[in-house]
Design a protein around this ligand. Structure first.
Ligand SMILES: Cc1ncc(COP(=O)(O)O)c(C=O)c1O
Length: 359
């Protein structure tokens, strides 16, 4: 049986060796005689699993020693509230860099927990550009500056780290974590859901500077208080053990494939192949400015929108799944996460060329 390629934005495709290994482990994980889903989170093997995930993330992302790596059940949508609750008081100001749907949602949610200030918005471009930092209006006394370094819906990615002159930068890296090595020391906190490049939904990673811990608002639920979570080595309450286990397999796979630099090399090659096809065609259009085109999420439109549904149905018949654009934008979106092999993009490009010829 030939497996289809899933271009879904998340939950997303997983590396085949990860699925194979999970299948093998299903009935007897690490000699325990049971699956990882049937064991107490207080078992030594589970503590070892959490330590291993933290160690691998630290190595793969070159996380400095004064940063804590937390695994939390809070999805990024909840982190939109949990970040301000952990880092600021209700009267504090935090700056928001609005470059697409996700940074916008975090800005809106933060209004319940602090005084958010919109430092810049690229809404006037239809979220197709990242305005230069010289045009941002940063607040000198802001508690932190929030941005989304890869906008999954609009396909806009940051390829520079903004300068915030000592004010902690907080980045939602949900959809491109592990596709390149960020300069962690330039961020106060980095958050990401696992379901794109690190496994399945159910767990998120928070990488946070130790010095920022211990300031949670009194109303912050204890399980989401990062100080408490750090003190308990992410085992404060019943954690999403299975999602953490899958993350451990994905991290092992990344190491075996050559690490995050290799993931970046592949991401450049894969996305370039698709953007070349789009740019050479009269039918497909990507509106994002070349300097900030995402390597992970490529939204595009057909110049004749009435062909979109035919394109998608044909793609499914060719084993190319999950290509419908986000419901807010329509069109097409191809997500090219680490686990998507070049063969998937080649097949997609071949299909796109064939579809254009016959359109
Ligand atoms: C960049 C980004 N942030 C936040 C989220 C929200 O994640 P969740 O639906 O797991 O809360 C997503 C989901 O796709 C995302 O892509």
């Amino acid at each position: 049986m030939t497996r289809p390629f899933s271009f879904s934005a998340g939950p997303a495709t997983l590396p085949l060796p990860v699925l194979d290994r999970a299948k093998d482990d299903m009935f007897d994980w690490r000699g325990t005689g049971v699956s990882v889903m049937e064991i107490s989170h207080r078992h030594a093997a589970v503590a070892a699993l959490f330590e291993q995930v933290e160690r691998d993330l630290r190595t793969l992302l070159a996380v400095p020693a004064d940063y804590r790596i937390l695994l939390t059940q809070a999805p990024p949508t909840a982190l939109a509230a949990i970040i301000p609750m952990n880092l600021a008081a209700p009267d504090d100001v935090a700056d928001f860099v609005h470059t697409g749907a996700w940074s916008g949602r975090f800005y809106t949610e933060a209004q319940k927990y602090l005084r958010p200030h919109l430092a810049v918005s690229s809404e006037y471009t239809g979220f197709t550009d990242i305005p230069p930092q010289s045009s941002w209006e940063l607040t000198p006394f802001a508690r932190y500056v929030h941005l989304c370094t890869n906008e999954t819906i609009h396909g806009v990615e940051f390829f520079f780290t903004p300068e915030t002159n000592g004010i902690p930068l907080v980045a939602d890296m949900s959809s491109h974590l592990l596709s390149r090595v960020p300069d962690v020391a330039r961020y106060g906190a980095i958050i990401a859901g696992a379901q794109k490049n690190m496994g399945i939904a159910g767990v998120s990673v928070v990488i946070v500077q130790e010095a920022l811990l211990g300031k949670a608002q009194v109303t912050c639920p204890s399980v989401f208080d990062w100080r408490k979570l750090a003190d308990a080595s992410s085992l404060l309450n019943t954690p999403p053990v299975h999602a953490v286990y899958i993350a451990s397999l994905v991290l092992e796979w990344i190491k075996a494939e050559g690490g995050v630099d290799e993931m970046e090399r592949r991401a450049i090659a894969k996305s370039a192949h698709l953007y070349r096809c789009i740019d050479a065609s009269a039918l497909y259009i990507n509106h994002v400015r070349p300097h900030c085109r995402s390597r992970m999420n490529v939204p595009f439109f057909l110049s004749d929108p009435s062909l979109t549904q035919t394109f998608l149905s044909g793609a499914e018949r060719h084993g190319l799944l999950g290509l419908a654009g986000h419901r807010s934008l329509g069109g097409i979106r191809a997500s090219l996460y680490n686990a998507m092999p070049m063969a998937g993009i080649e097949k997609l490009v071949e299909y796109m060329r064939e579809f254009e010829r016959s359109a």
